[in-house]
Write a protein that binds this ligand. Structure first.
Ligand code: AMP
Length: 216
């Protein structure tokens, strides 16, 4: 299964991806996670990406495209992968398409998780993560247990200001990816409002429908 999860920041892509990769036994390729690791490790890519990420801006296409193409060429991606947070611009989608065609591979589905803007800000600004376990909480929707509350951190790009910028960028840069995949017939729209379990059920049902269509 080669699939892509797209949607606005805070749509629940990370949460859904973590469960879906287990269901389909495929590697989870999150460009946000890869870039944060590069920043933490102080690699050349990390140094270049840091400035853009801190401001809530997109990292330039050429850097991200090279990183992803290198990653999906690795052996663990031979039988599939889940891309989370990529492509985020039309040039990224075009470059991915070309790379897959060269490799003789095809995408199975592109899942678009839809959440209205009004809910996004509330979801993002309340998000906190546990640096020790990687667990993600929400101050209102998924309150952390008291014993971990003090060590939780907020991502630099989850502040209200950076969030507004990321949403604007999503509409300007990433929304054009949707018609690109709609034309290929691979796009599946899923309502992202609800509990993670509810959204998960919708995604799995939608993927089954795509698979059944492909089989007929
Ligand atoms: P995420 O964790 O997916 O929200 O990504 C965090 C940040 O990493 C984004 O705000 C961007 O600065 C950067 N980033 C992640 N994926 C991409 C991408 N496909 N293209 C450009 N920048 C990206």
């Amino acid at each position: 299964m080669r699939m892509i999860l797209i949607g606005p920041p805070g749509a629940g892509k990370g949460t859904q991806a973590a469960n879906l990769v287990q269901t389909y036994s495929i590697p989870h390729i999150s460009t946000g996670d890869m870039l944060r690791t590069a920043v933490k490790q102080g690699t050349e890519l990390g140094k270049q990406a840091d400035v853009f990420m801190k401001a809530g801006n997109l990292v330039p296409d050429e850097l991200v495209i090279a990183m992803v193409i290198e990653r999906i060429g690795q052996a663990d991606c031979d039988s599939g992968f889940m891309l989370d947070g990529f492509p985020r611009t039309r040039p990224q989608a075009v470059a991915l398409d070309a790379a897959l065609e060269t490799a003789g591979a095809a995408l199975d589905a592109v899942v678009l998780i839809e959440v209205p803007d009004a809910m996004i800000t509330e979801r993002i600004t309340g998000r906190r993560s546990d640096p020790q376990t990687g667990d993600i909480y929400h101050l209102t929707f998924r309150p952390p247990p008291a014993e971990v509350a003090d060590r939780l951190v907020q991502r630099k790009d989850d502040t209200a200001e950076a969030c507004a910028n990321r949403l604007a960028k999503y509409h300007k840069d990433t929304a054009p990816v949707v018609p690109f995949y709609e034309e290929t017939g691979k796009l599946v729209r899923v309502d992202g409002v609800g509990t993670p379990a509810e959204v998960q059920l919708r995604i799995v049902a939608a993927l089954q429908a795509v698979n059944n269509q492909a089989a007929n």
